[in-house]
Design a protein around this ligand. Structure first.
Ligand code: PLP
Length: 474
């Protein structure tokens, strides 16, 4: 019999580790109890001069690294937006690493380039995005959002691409968002020379949704002051509460004002796969760009974010730049390096292809439905207990809530109690939640989105919250 090579042995070892890990990630504390600096201190100061055996590296992975891991795979990870990966997609990541192609020119890997186009069409069709739009994969929604705003800036015809912004007599450029918009839009404004101050926080209604009338007023006022509207950012599923901006009414403003409309559906967009949530993306066909993150709620390992573009040429106009050493005679092909700041790109489409095929749309829909149902059940338990309150509408799989014992009316005291509760709950290692502030009020967030989360985990979380709340110092 042929002897296994060292690589086969090592890879089998890794495969076995992953298998055991994913079989029961709940056996680890979800949030590790390490102190800052503890992991770094356990590692040598310098890289080794001589090669070390795989076995020893793997042993240190288990001994030093794993104890400091926050287990996003844990079924009681309810913080931020809970995520997890289909096992087949983890295997696809290994294949992608093995091929190690750089998806920049079509010829630097025709399969990667063409699979990306095909998988983007599949995803678009699952979500109801028009076939006339183009999907491009980026690492994160932050980079996709930055790219969309760069395209919006280029489409103003101010020649920023060639002449830059400094030392020129340009109008002040304005981006319209809300206080609920994810912070990456402000970062994009920083990077694009727009400035944080020019990201206008349009007023929201009491369900944290952008008020289109306030948007119109903000644009009118800016135009009167000689400012130039650059883009409107609407969010379908905001980070704090999953509130859904009224995209059709916002699109009407964007059309009237001829302003780029970017829709950030990084988290919630995938729910449009469900017929009962199809209307989540209503109005998006009138936008210019849309971001959806399979690495959030589509069981795809970090990192894979999709930017759908009504007109892909706008992004190419902003970014395409071909040095001599990258020219080809390949003709009418898509060279993905033309769509952003990155040259070499990972073969990310492969893992999404594995997710969509290994789960199938039917199972994906069932999982999404089950997460939404679990969140709705959790909200009813909170609602039914007079010592607790739900603090925002919860259309999807996230619930914002807080502990509000009878007789405590002082907001500072409530914040203190809930911050203490958050720390106490997370210190148990049994579950992990995060927080936000809504209208200045400190609230807790329970996000459900992990493949391994069962009803029993959500029930356990509710018991832990009640237990730890009862033990808070009065
Ligand atoms: N947009 C929304 C609505 C988000 O909730 C997040 C992250 O949670 C982002 C964008 C940023 O995502 P990424 O980490 O892919 O940049």
């Amino acid at each position: 019999m042929k002897q296994r090579t060292a690589f086969e042995e090592d890879f089998a070892r890794v495969g076995q580790w992953i298998e055991e890990y994913l079989d029961d990630p709940g056996r680890y504390p979800v949030l590790p109890s390490v102190q800052p600096g503890e992991i770094a201190a356990a590692l040598p100061d310098r890289a080794p001069e001589e090669a070390e055996p795989f076995e020893r590296i793997m042993a240190d992975f288990e001994r030093i690294i794993v104890p400091g891991v926050t287990h996003w795979n844990h079924p009681r990870f309810f913080a931020y937006f809970a995520t997890s990966a289909a096992p087949a997609a983890i295997a696809a990541e290994a294949l992608s690493a093995a091929l190690d192609v750089k998806v920049m020119l079509w010829r630097t890997s025709p399969s990667a380039a063409e699979l990306e186009s095909v998988v983007m069409r599949w995803l678009g069709r699952l979500l109801g995005v028009s076939d006339s739009w183009t999907g491009i994969i980026y690492d994160t929604a932050s980079v996709a959002g930055f790219t969309a705003l760069a395209a919006a800036r280029e489409s103003l015809g101010l020649d920023v691409r060639e002449a830059g912004m400094s030392g020129r007599d340009l109008p002040v450029l304005r981006v319209y968002a809300t206080a609920q918009t994810h912070s990456h839009i402000e970062k994009a404004a920083i990077a694009l020379g727009i400035g944080r101050r020019n990201v206008v926080a349009v007023a929201c209604d009491d369900a944290f949704r952008m008020d289109p009338k306030a948007l119109q007023r903000a644009i009118d006022q800016d135009r009167r002051s000689g400012m130039q509207p650059l883009a409107i950012v609407a969010t379908v599923g905001t980070t704090s509460t999953t509130s859904i901006d009224p995209v059709p009414a916002i699109a009407a403003v964007a059309e009237r004002e001829r302003v780029w409309l970017h829709v950030d559906a990084a988290y919630a967009g995938v729910a449009a796969m469900l017929p009962e949530f199809r209307n989540l993306l209503d109005g998006v066909d009138r936008a210019d760009s849309l971001v959806v993150n399979p690495h959030k709620w589509l069981f795809t390992p970090m990192d894979l974010s999709v930017l759908f573009l009504r007109d892909e040429a706008t992004v190419r106009r902003a970014f395409a730049l071909v040095p001599e050493y990258l020219t080809t005679g390949d003709g009418d092909v898509r060279n993905y390096m033309d769509y952003g700041i990155q040259l070499g790109r990972r073969f990310r489409a492969l893992k999404l292809w594995f997710v969509l095929r290994s789960m199938g749309a039917r199972e994906i829909r069932e999982r999404l439905r089950s997460h939404i149902a679990l969140a709705q059940a959790f909200a009813t338990w909170i609602d039914a207990d007079p010592s607790w309150e739900v603090t925002a509408p919860h259309p999807l799989s996230l619930v914002c809530f807080r502990y509000h014992p009878r007789g405590v009316g002082d907001e500072d005291r409530l914040e203190q109690l809930n911050a203490q509760l958050l720390d106490a709950v997370n210190a148990t290692g049994e579950m992990f939640i995060s927080h936000t502030k809504l209208d200045g009020k400190y609230v807790l967030r329970m996000a459900i989105g992990n493949l391994r989360t069962q009803r029993s985990d959500v029930e356990a979380a509710w018991s832990i919250l009640q237990r730890e709340a009862a033990e808070l110092p009065r």
